[in-house]
Design a protein around this ligand. Structure first.
Ligand SMILES: Cc1cc2nc3c(=O)[nH]c(=O)nc-3n(C[C@H](O)[C@H](O)[C@H](O)COP(=O)(O)OP(=O)(O)OC[C@H]3O[C@@H](n4cnc5c(N)ncnc54)[C@H](O)[C@@H]3O)c2cc1C
Length: 334
């Protein structure tokens, strides 16, 4: 690991003042479960590291009648076990409780999870050509791509979006509070937070290099929601496919409205599937309708050489996430 200068500010404003306008030379450190790995692999080589861990204000959760706010420094373990969050936002807490293992959940934070780098093995191998590290082309498009995107249209880099909290938060209509230089604050819908990167000066999200996520706000709307993942291993791994859903009504024969179905690990950004939502809008959630929504979700997929198998996984994950959110029997556990 390259040597670096370490800063430990105590307010978000001090942290922002230590950041630089360009990515690379200065990095923010939260739980370090992603950043330290990247540094050890020489993928990130910051000369300056700004720790967020002494900023008390980033570690609070406030649940009100209309919205809940979760500080960017709150750990995944706290999110997954928080009684009010579990009651109001199952799509978020179900995803948080599945992440990594206890060590990752105890160290990893909300902000770090949303801003983590992608898991592409070419990106994470300093010896492999990679667009995101200044190469001319994406090695995964013609190479080893079984864990990569299946919605690949117009994408020159075919990473799969890694954050499993992002999908749940997008389904729930959450937004990020962002602080930048000169105390500039903005609120970004998480559905618009992610971007598909194509070069070394891009990240997987739309933050500027001198901006910081301070918290995430989720509206309290009484939605039914859930997340479902397909994993190779239950612990210490990312899912191969993940889906989060949210809707009003939909249970006991009632029509579902405001349906949001978000697919993870299938495209460079989390994918809000309008075709799947349309297939279900105004209909009750039952096994047949959930199956139809799963089929609609994969319309337009263009898998790569090795990942066509993900199509069937998406269909099934959408169906099961909808059935979980509607409180229907888990036929797959029988
Ligand atoms: C074995 C293993 C399994 C995993 N499984 C999953 C999984 O199933 N699903 C999943 O989603 N993730 C998974 N992860 C990833 C894990 O959730 C992330 O590594 C963790 O959430 C990152 O949080 P952190 O606080 O440690 O971030 P750090 O490593 O400290 O930071 C990560 C990145 O986010 C930036 N950052 C941190 N905080 C902020 C902020 N407030 N504002 C702006 N930028 C910020 C940092 O600069 C850095 O670039 C897994 C990780 C491991 C090691």
């Amino acid at each position: 690991m390259k040597n670096f200068a370490y800063f430990r500010p105590t307010t978000p404003e001090q942290a922002v003042a230590l950041l630089e306008a360009r990515w690379g030379n200065t990095e923010m450190l939260a739980g370090g479960t992603d950043l330290l790995t990247l540094q050890k692999q020489y993928i990130a080589q910051p000369a300056r590291v700004v720790s967020l861990n002494a900023i008390g204000g980033l570690k609070t959760i406030a649940v009100g009648e209309r919205s809940a706010s979760i500080g960017a420094g709150v750990t995944l373990a706290t999110i997954s076990s928080h009684a009010d969050l579990r009651r109001l936002f199952p799509a978020l807490t179900m995803a948080a409780s599945e992440i990594g293992g206890p060590q990752i959940r105890n160290m990893g934070t909300l902000g770090g999870n949303l801003c983590q780098r992608n898991r592409c093995w070419y990106f994470r191998d300093e010896h492999s050509p990679c667009l995101l590290r200044g190469g001319n082309s994406c090695s995964a498009i013609e190479g080893e791509n079984k864990y990569h995107a299946i919605f690949t249209q117009n994408h020159r880099c075919v990473i799969a979006s890694p954050s499993t909290l992002a999908t749940g938060l997008i389904a729930l209509g959450a937004s990020a509070e962002v602080l930048g230089p000169q105390n500039r604050r903005r609120n970004v819908e998480l559905a618009k937070f992610y971007t598909a990167p194509v070069g070394p000066n891009d990240r997987e999200h739309s933050l500027a290099a001198n901006e910081l996520v301070t918290s995430v706000t989720i509206p309290v709307r009484g939605l039914n929601s859930a997340a479902y993942e397909v994993r190779q291993r239950q612990a210490s791994d990312w899912p191969i496919v993940q889906v989060a859903v949210a809707f009003s009504g939909g249970r006991n024969g009632e029509k579902a409205t405001g349906v949001r179905i978000v697919l993870g690990q299938v495209s460079p950004t989390p994918l809000l599937s309008e075709t799947a939502a349309r297939a279900l809008e105004g209909r009750p959630i039952n096994e047949a309708n959930a199956t139809a929504a799963g089929r609609a979700a994969v319309e337009g997929a263009k898998p790569l050489g090795q990942n066509g198998y993900k199509i069937r996984l998406v269909e099934v994950a959408v169906k099961r996430a909808l059935m979980l959110a509607a409180g229907l029997p888990r036929y797959w556990e029988a």
